[in-house]
Design a protein around this ligand. Sequence first.
Ligand SMILES: *Cc1c(COP(=O)(O)O)cnc(C)c1O
Length: 428
Amino acid sequence: MSTTKGNLSARDLGVIWHPYTQMQTAPAPIGIVRGEGACLYDEDNNEYIDATSSWWVNIHGHAHPHIAQQLAAQALQLQHCIFAGYTHPPAVNLAERLLPLLPGQQRRVFYSDNGSTAVEVAIKMALQYWHNKGQRRNKILAFKNAYHGDTFGAMSVSGRSVFTRVFDDFLFEVHFLDVPSKDNVADIIATIEATEQVAAFIFEPLLQGSGGMVMYDIPGFEQLLQYCRQQQILLIADEVMTGFGRTGKNFAMEYLQTAPDMVCLSKGLTGGSMALGITTCTSDIYDAFLSADKLKTLFHGHSFTANPLACTVALASLDLFEDPACALNRQRIHENHQRFLQELKQIGIIKNARLLGTILAFELVTDNADGYTNNLADYLHRFFRSKRIMLRPLGNTLYILPPYCITDEQLAAVYDSIRALVLSLQPA
Ligand SMILES: *Cc1c(COP(=O)(O)O)cnc(C)c1O
């Protein structure tokens, strides 16, 4: 382990508990002190290319001056304010600007803190919608292997896995569907037909992120959504990862004809600079909560609901997102990925290389008894760390999901690191 000037990683080991990390065996974390564009810098000023956008949140690059300036100005104006009974310009401005950009007829914004809470709010809205209407609909549909967050409701609608195992007894019942492929939609629909009282279907549109960048068959997915729409099953599009241009279009639901009733947003919402969650809904859903009866109120909120600083950086991120340069950058990344994809398809140990917008993914299949097989993810992690490329595999799935400002040269360096990895795994 390289020693660093401020010895941040050693101090960290004394006091910090990291997410998704077996602290006994994990290598000491690298101390990051600065970011710029697609890169992060450690205490010795070593540069790391952030090829997965710091857990898929960063879209315009690190420490972006426009975001920083807007944040500083807002911090001198109003930092926080209770959001029940009071409101403020950043919350209203953001809702007014965002709603028309979203898929379907989104008419209301409900603020929370992150992707998981955005999902919690959507689930509560869906269940209470039917309750308020006096209809007995309380079953939820989700995809097998889905990921919607780590709080209990979000975990319940996520696929059961080693991540949830300890808590499985405490999660509410969800009917899990296969992901649509070319020939299974009739079967999926049959399983929904056999399920009574379905309130809502929550899904990651077009691809599963944490599930391993699994991409759906779009016509099949459309057919499935249309069926649910006919059955008045509320459609909750969890665009926490896919929102704000990640899949090519502004929102993944734009690839489909069927519009969602609710949309969950976070991650890229603030350009990846601050925590903020949003759940939007149609006026039909909103109206079902309007009543003289207090029990029809949505009793949900968080201390930092609609935090003015977070709303301000989301507005600043929207400025950058709406600049034509942003779409051009996404297109440029896509074209670079497309060329590299052709190369990946020729490599024996790489399977199922695929591309959607700015996301390039593939599986590594190494069953030669190299000793890597059992611990491939650890090996990959260490390999890319040594190359100072931030890539974090999901099992044996490797993916690139960069900030849109990544340069062609930086992308080439990421591709080179993957070429070097392949060579290290299959010595000629
Ligand atoms: C990351 C993610 C979440 C959870 O968001 P957090 O902010 O990490 O709680 C929910 N849904 C999807 C699709 C995600 O990718």
